[in-house]
Write a protein that binds this ligand. Structure first.
Ligand SMILES: Cc1cc2nc3c(=O)[nH]c(=O)nc-3n(C[C@H](O)[C@H](O)[C@H](O)COP(=O)(O)OP(=O)(O)OC[C@H]3O[C@@H](n4cnc5c(N)ncnc54)[C@H](O)[C@@H]3O)c2cc1C
Length: 660
């Protein structure tokens, strides 16, 4: 094993980069109690300890400091506190850039000329913004959007500006444009492609998004390729392909994507991905030098560079576990990202840029798209809330096959599952994803709860859920039984309750079924004159047919009423009313059964028919009585299964009656 060459001595572990990946890695190592095995040094180029880059745009909203020297309050973004390293016995070097790695001597050299030895080296150097080669792109007033310092410089310039232009209509570009709009600037969003978010969305959704972006006060310019930026007195002029007049603005933000920061590794002779870059790692996150590992946005795992916080955390946790002696591997991840745009909830999950079959649903202010390959969902994009998002993410992660009838339902309703299957978080299947950013499942929340986490903060600390974009915070509160607040209530339908009328129908059905099974059958009268009405019902052919057809009609009625739940075209009225009618007609059907059979269950085919009919009724009444309680779903499905033989048995019964 690398690094075990000097027994009795703690290994020197050097981490280059102090972003989300490095922070999560060391935190996990500490949580596993394995940090004691290492003398840890973490080296970060930025002046601040690790912070949540995902929420960087919030930094733009803070009031400008009164003086340059005023201390920064990093709390809204901070991951590591200023004394984080000291408290853990970790040497933390800030404002320090590592400029080279000497793999022979096993040292890294900093820009200040310090040489630091390592036994294990972890590269967590993240990404660099892509700056297109446009003349004048390095002019004063042109910014990138990656670090606190970038945003501070941008904010300072914005305080003296009225207009801004953002180059790039992807997720980051729209987020930057939205941040500048909040600062009160007139923002033009320049997008080279014919529509916004072209990597995630098709033209229809892109066009819809454009109208929303415009409504939010941002001016998108599509098909706009910039060729030159020129400083003219106090303004910047952007020359665009095919436009005679340049666009004049006060500042420019370049948001044209990122590329892995792999120069150090490349220069040290480590294998780097040929296309797109990224330090190549195996599923143990080893680079081509087993003493050196790479995690986060700088790494290329399984030929993929994940540019998102979820997989970054996944790599960090996996490496910590491996270094703590656990046997684990870094597997395929399903990245998910959320765009914060005024009131819009936009999610992109999975391989959204893949060329694959698209299935789309849109209505009013909502848009949902699935990308399919070989019968599996590989990506999903959505504008507007979608309560199935966690399930869809889980389907993508598990590569579960998707059935034609689910796609059919999706095309019609935008839902893959019947709407009634939406449940409170505590009742979700354990594999369903609650935190889309980090892919934290309901099962993981359970484990955290069992480990004693009883607040949103402690669950977040243990699982990471809600620490990226924060959208799932109300779901965590709901999971813990706290007041879920309106946000969570909007996401999930309220827990259903059995209404008193439905309960009454269920009791009537169960009571009648009990009387039929346990009660004595009505004895035939010795003569027609002795028998009453019940006897006449059994003897008179016309009356017998009448009760039989009434029974048949009521049974069919219950079936038709149940379609309101299963058939998406039947959307009229409140589902609860339809369900109540279903129960009431079932009670009538049982009454018709009593009249038709005189409480004789029969033999052979008739007995099978009676037994199936009664079993269906009893299971249905139990499901109705238990609505919203444990076990009701099992009863419901047993009820549905019991129904299946009924049509065949009824058909044989009618044929037999006609024949004889
Ligand atoms: C504005 C913005 C919004 C985002 N929104 C989302 C989102 O909604 N969802 C999502 O999943 N992701 C989002 N991301 C991406 C997410 O922030 C990254 O995936 C994540 O930060 C990657 O973490 P990392 O530790 O690998 O890299 P980084 O966070 O970039 O950290 C790397 C650190 O290493 C330092 N470093 C690099 N080289 C050296 C060196 N030679 N010596 C010393 N230090 C070095 C860098 O200065 C940096 O501090 C967003 C990113 C930005 C910029």
């Amino acid at each position: 094993m690398p690094g075990s060459s000097r027994p009795g001595r703690r290994e020197r572990l050097v981490v280059v980069g102090f972003g989300i990946a490095a922070y999560r890695f060391i935190e996990r190592l500490t949580a596993l109690g394995a940090h004691d095995r290492y003398d840890i040094t973490v080296i970060g180029e930025e002046a601040d300890p690790a912070y949540n880059r995902v929420r960087l745009s919030e930094w733009l909203d803070r009031p400008l400091p009164e003086t340059q020297a005023a201390p920064r309050d990093l709390r809204p973004l901070a991951l590591a506190s200023p004394d984080w390293g000291k408290a853990r016995g970790i040497r933390t070097l800030l404002s320090t850039t590592v400029v080279s790695i000497d793999r022979e001597a096993r040292t890294v050299e900093t820009a200040r000329g310090e040489s630091i030895g390592y036994d294990r080296l972890v590269l967590a150097t993240g990404s660099l913004p892509i700056v297109p080669r446009i003349e004048g792109v390095d002019s004063d007033g042109v910014f990138v959007y990656r670090t606190i310092e970038d945003l501070e410089a941008l904010q300072e310039r914005a305080s003296r500006a009225k207009r801004a232009a953002v180059l790039g209509g992807g997720l980051l570009g729209i987020e930057a444009a939205e941040g500048l709009r909040r600062l009160g600037l007139a923002v033009v969003l320049l997008q080279r492609a014919p529509h916004l978010l072209n990597r995630q969305f098709g033209p229809d959704a892109g066009t819809y998004l454009e109208t929303r972006v415009r409504a939010a006060g941002i001016q998108p310019m599509l098909g706009a390729a910039s060729v030159r930026i020129e400083v003219r007195s106090h303004a910047l002029a952007i020359e665009l392909v095919g436009k005679d007049m340049p666009l004049t603005t006060d500042l420019v933000v370049v948001a044209a994507g990122v590329r892995p920061r792999d120069r150090l590794a490349r220069e040290a002779g480590l294998i780097v991905a040929f296309r797109g870059g990224g330090i190549v790692v195996n599923d143990r996150l080893d680079t081509s030098d087993p003493r050196i590992q790479a995690i986060g946005e700088c790494a290329s795992a399984g030929r993929t560079v994940y540019g998102m916080a979820g997989p970054t955390q996944g790599m960090a946790h996996t490496l910590a576990e491996i270094m703590a002696g656990r046997s684990t591997r870094f597997g395929r991840q399903v990245p998910a990202t959320r765009l914060r745009l005024v009131d819009l909830d936009i999610w992109a999950i999975g391989d959204t840029a893949a060329l694959a079959e698209r299935v789309t649903w849109s209505r009013d202010a909502s848009y949902r798209q699935l990308k399919l390959r070989a019968g599996q969902i590989i990506a999903a994009t959505t504008i507007g809330p979608w309560e199935e998002l966690g399930v869809v993410q889980d389907l993508i992660r598990r590569r579960s096959p998707i059935w034609w009838w689910q796609l059919r339902r999706f095309r019609r309703t935008g839902m893959l599952f019947p709407r009634s299957e939406a449940l409170p978080v505590a009742k979700w299947p354990s594999a369903r994803v609650v935190c889309n950013c980090l892919g934290v499942t309901r099962g993981e929340l359970d484990l955290a709860l069992r480990a004693g986490c009883d607040s949103v903060k402690s669950i977040a600390g243990r699982t990471g859920a809600s620490t990226v974009c924060g959208a799932c915070r109300p779901l965590l509160a709901e999971f813990l039984g706290a007041d879920p607040a309106s946000a969570a209530e909007a996401l999930l339908p309220a827990r259903p309750k059995a209404q008193p009328a439905l309960l009454a129908a269920a009791v009537a059905v169960a009571g009648l079924a009990a009387v039929i099974v346990a009660g004595p059958s009505i004895p035939p009268a010795d003569s027609v004159a002795d028998g009453g009405f019940l006897d006449a019902l059994q003897r008179d052919g016309a009356l017998k047919r009448f009760t039989g057809f009434s029974l048949l009609g009521a049974t069919l009625g219950t079936l038709v009423l149940s379609l309101r739940k299963r058939w998406n075209r039947m959307r009229a009225g409140d589902f609860a009313v339809w369900r109540l009618m279903h129960g009431a007609v079932a009670a009538l059907a049982l009454l018709a059964f009593v009249l038709h059979t005189g409480l004789h269950l029969g033999t052979g085919l008739n007995l099978a028919l009676s037994a199936t009919f009664l079993a269906t009724s009893v299971l249905g009444s139990l499901a109705a009585a238990g609505v919203g309680r444990r076990g009701a779903r099992t009863m419901f499905w047993l009820h549905v299964f019991a129904v299946w033989p009924l049509p065949v048995l009824i058909a044989f019964h009618i044929l037999k009656t006609w024949y004889f």
